[in-house]
Design a protein around this ligand. Structure first.
Ligand SMILES: Cc1cc2nc3c(=O)[nH]c(=O)nc-3n(C[C@H](O)[C@H](O)[C@H](O)COP(=O)(O)OP(=O)(O)OC[C@H]3O[C@@H](n4cnc5c(N)ncnc54)[C@H](O)[C@@H]3O)c2cc1C
Length: 380
């Protein structure tokens, strides 16, 4: 039977989309190449007896509205907060971060001045994060629509106009500057800058010295976990429990999720997507939604010549390399760190191997070298 909508890919975005469309009464089919739903949000037994979130591992950016609308808790999702957020073991020192004043207390142990800088950093971030949260669930203005985009652009401008001059400066700084430039204004200690700098490079194939990387600091703060704004948590059962709950919610609404069925090509008729070829047959629908990487969509699934050559060329040359290397390791026992050898909550935290913002340190020095590639030591 034909569907109203075919969604390509049962990652969490494809499943979320399928849920909302089915809730509006549309007949939705999701075609997934893998034998399980989830994409990068999956739980896998990577070694007998060892189950883990095989790719993404920690939750915050899953919007609470989506959790509510899709009734994910009723479908089995439970998110808990981390006991300690991050643990940075350094050269004879360490730094922990977490809720209930832990981050400030730990920073103060390294530098009183940085603890005061932290108060300013948090206050400045709060102003910007509030603005971004306001924009998060609004569709961005469609710049191609020209005149009809103007009211939306004006609304964004109105929100900005409501900020003080100092707040506007903070917004500009976080939107345009590098993470290093911003962090050095608040902090002097290498390990403290490394703690926050980590948020500027996660999922961002860039140096913290690159202009624009300050935005990524913010990006990791405007979510929430277990109702706590800015916090990151763990899904009980791993990240796969999010997408399994989404799939259950979708199936309850009548969505047909077909696994092990890779879409080979999108059928285009009279300039419009009219179906897909998958599993050796044609599947037709009035609307085709792609829940896959956009570069893959335009390079491999949309037939040659179906879109404007300029659009195709732009998508073809779009850089989509990964900065992430993921390794799942089965350990016989918990790791022991010389700087904090006892067992404790730091072993439940994200363990960040970063002593400074720079990619290397001068040999024999505990100070970071902020030198660019030209002056870097060959030992880096
Ligand atoms: C290693 C790693 C760690 C990460 N860590 C975190 C983290 O801790 N927290 C966080 O919030 N985010 C994290 N992310 C990012 C997050 O996981 C992704 O942004 C998110 O999962 C993307 O979801 P998606 O639905 O857009 O795409 P995907 O998860 O990529 O889903 C796309 C789906 O489409 C399917 N597909 C592809 N091609 C076809 C085809 N031709 N036909 C049919 N199906 C197809 C794929 O099999 C897949 O299931 C991480 C990502 C990676 C890779």
């Amino acid at each position: 039977m034909e569907s109203d909508v075919i969604v390509i890919g049962a990652g969490h975005n494809g499943l979320t989309c399928a849920n909302y469309l089915a809730a509006k009464g549309l007949k939705v089919t999701v075609l997934e190449a893998a034998e399980t739903v989830g994409g990068a949000a999956v739980t896998d037994e990577f070694l007998p007896g060892f189950r883990n979130s095989a790719a993404s591992y920690t939750v915050s950016l899953l919007n609470p509205k989506v959790i509510r609308d899709l009734e994910l808790e009723r479908h089995g999702l439970k998110v808990v907060l981390r006991k300690t957020d991050n643990f940075l073991p350094g050269n004879g020192e360490y730094l922990l971060s977490g809720r209930n004043g832990l981050t400030r207390k730990e920073i103060a142990r390294h530098s009183k001045k940085d603890a005061e800088g932290y108060d300013r950093y948090v206050a400045d971030l709060e102003a910007v994060v509030a603005l971004l949260k306001k924009w998060l669930l609004r569709a961005p203005p469609n710049v191609g629509a020209r005149l009809s985009a103007i009211p939306k652009i004006l609304t964004l401008g109105k929100d900005m106009a409501g900020l003080s001059l100092a707040e506007t400066r903070v917004v500009h700084d976080f939107a345009l500057r590098s993470a290093t430039e911003v962090l050095e204004r608040y902090f002097e200690t290498d390990i403290v800058k490394a703690l926050f700098g980590f948020d500027g490079v996660v999922g961002n194939f860039n140096s913290p010295n690159a202009p624009g990387s300050a935005y990524v600091l913010l990006h990791h703060l405007f979510g929430e976990a277990a109702g706590v704004p800015g916090a990151w948590g763990h899904a009980i059962g791993g990240m796969g429990s999010i997408t399994q709950a989404m799939a259950r919610s979708a199936r309850e609404k009548g969505v047909d999720i077909v696994l092990g069925t890779r879409v080979e090509e999108i059928i285009v008729e009279k300039g419009k997507a009219a179906g897909v070829v998958a599993g050796g047959k044609a599947w037709r629908a009035a609307t085709i939604v792609a829940g896959v990487n956009p570069k893959m969509l335009f390079d491999r699934l949309v037939p040659q010549g179906a879109v404007d050559p300029d659009v195709h060329s732009r998508m073809h040359h779009w850089k989509g390399e990964s900065a992430t290397f993921r390794m799942n390791v089965a350990l016989s026992e918990l790791p022991k760190f010389t700087v904090l050898p006892k067992k404790g909550d730091h072993l439940t935290a994200g363990i960040i191997m970063a002593r400074a913002l720079a990619t290397c340190t001068r040999p024999g020095s505990t100070r970071s070298s902020m030198a660019g590639p030209r002056t870097r030591s060959s030992k880096c």
